[in-house]
Design a protein. Sequence first.
Length: 717
Amino acid sequence: MSKKKGGKRLNKKQIAEMLQTLFQQHPNETLSFKQIFKALKLDTHPTKMLAIDLMEEMAWDDYLSKVSDNSYRLNQKTQVQEGTFIRKANGKNSFLPDDGGTPVFVSERNSLFAMNGDRVKVTYMARREKHIKEAMVVEILSHKRDQAVGKLKVEKDYAFLVTEGNIFVHDILIPKKKLKGGKTGDKAVAKITQWPSRESKNIVGEVVDVLGKEGDNNVEMHAILAQYGLPYRYPKHVEEAAEKIEPGITPEEIARREDFRDVFTCTIDPKDAKDFDDALSIQKKGKCWEVGVHIADVSHYVKEGSVIDKEAVKRATSVYLVDRTIPMLPERLCNFICSLRPNEEKLCYSVIFTLDDEANIKDYHIAHTVIKSNRRYAYEEVQDILMGKDGDYADELRILDKLAKCLRERRFKGGAVKFDREELHFDIDETGKPVRAYFKKSNDATQLIEEFMLLANRTVAESVGKVKKGTKGKTLPYRIHDQPDPTKLEALREFVVKFGYKMKTAGTKGAISKSLNALMDGCQGKKEQKLIETVALRAMMKAKYSTHNIGHYGLAFEYYTHFTSPIRRYPDTMVHRLLTKYQNGARSANQDKYEELCEHCSDVEQTAQQAERDSIKYKMVEFMADKIGNEYDAHISGIQSYGIYCEIDENHCEGMVSMHDLDDDYYDFDERNYCLVGRRHHNKYQLGDPVRIKVARANMEKRQLDFVLADDHSKSR
């Protein structure tokens, strides 16, 4: 056993004092068990176990904060905190601190009627012995939203809006004269005019828009957008402003630009795309290739501070639902004036590269250009040509593909992380009903475009950010991606060891990402592939926009921005404008102003992704609605304490087998190993396991598919 000087064994009090001293010496660090044992020289099992028990007690007393199952840090929080209120339909509300710490339970009586997503101020309540930590809301700082979407219920003397997902404590009371013609069963958007208080628990609102009857495709898609506060109609005055824009290009404008109209240029996009915001050109220059990445010059037409620009700032991104695009810019701009349509002269902002046969950059420059696309390709056409089929400009496309493959290989050698995630897509009929569900995988055609867009984005970021030592780079919105969470990486390492894989969690960024790639390659085609990919993805941080550059971990780029899609992303328009100003000799722009815009764009991007996921869920349920009772082979795609999520192998639709349908045993949820384990019969359900399911229910309103395990599968277990 560990001993002190004089050979005495360490007792509980001594280890507690050593732990206190250690954490006070490292107040801002998260320390793992391994680091703690090494620092305190605890080298026997009993002393290690005693230290772990003591840290559990210290976390209970709020002296330490538990960061993960095997790491702690000193708790430096004050009694009063600000953060986000998370409302749950089951009453298990919680408070999420601004510093991203562990959520804290808030009972309904201590919630001050806060709504889901509200910013609140709480005070931590005095800890009762053997009770969980609790917080009390003392002030609502701001409401997340003042609108709600739901179904109207109109009675004789009053009306209610029944919201989706029970985001409010009570249904919203609507005075009958504020119904705007809405009837029972209509989906509607209501503005909240009175929040609940200690005097009155009612939420009162007025209908601002009646969307229509439940179940109608347009109504449901608009309801999803409205639920997230995203626009579903384009303001008339903004469209009218777009109509006044002159689409023609004057000879004076052409004279100011580099002319690529006689160079082979093409666009490569999905077959149903209408907004073509990027094009590639290629021509031989001596022993090298000149490749132009040409991007629609949106900022030439959309002036900063204009009516169109203000609407674009608000929207921040185009939203892609299953059956429609909600554009950031008016249709006249995104599909016509700015879109790089074939055989039309278009204004672009371009990065022109001189590349050798191995795609090494010999030279580059960034310039305003004019182009004329020779051909509009769908990905499928290009893929056929790259596979050997004859087609227009086949030689040029194959050279571009060869160069892109060199770029891709170099990127992964440089430490980029391989995550080729499949995306669920639907074929939709003219009424919006899904007729086929399938996964879209990346191929050579999509990767060709991807590599040149990555190269352009990286080059633009370096052109502004990469400056001489001791010189500060000018303000630019970067696309940043932080390193993975170390504790989640360690959990991933411990998890994959069980499948016989090794992984590095310490060392340089490059060493860790190469180790991750080796893991991804190693599990390809194996039963555990999806399971490992899912767990690895959870260890990754989310990419976002910021003027404070920390590099892009996933791409292994020190400098990276978004320059290539200004038709559908506002940060790209910001980058275009700043780049133009800097090329004209302007001083650095106001960093605070652009950081605020970056935060706004990052927030809207997250919200848009949630809406996109909800539209996929809705179409998934709609697709399976006429298949109740059918049985399918599936695999477990998610494990929660309340049930298992299963993805059908044939069509990739996902549903849940609820815990109450697993009635053959009492199951414990093993969160660390992503499985449910039966206490009596030791049945085990693990992420990635094959299962046979039967479709039980398709709830369109909740966008939820319910499965049960097929009888033959239950018996076999």
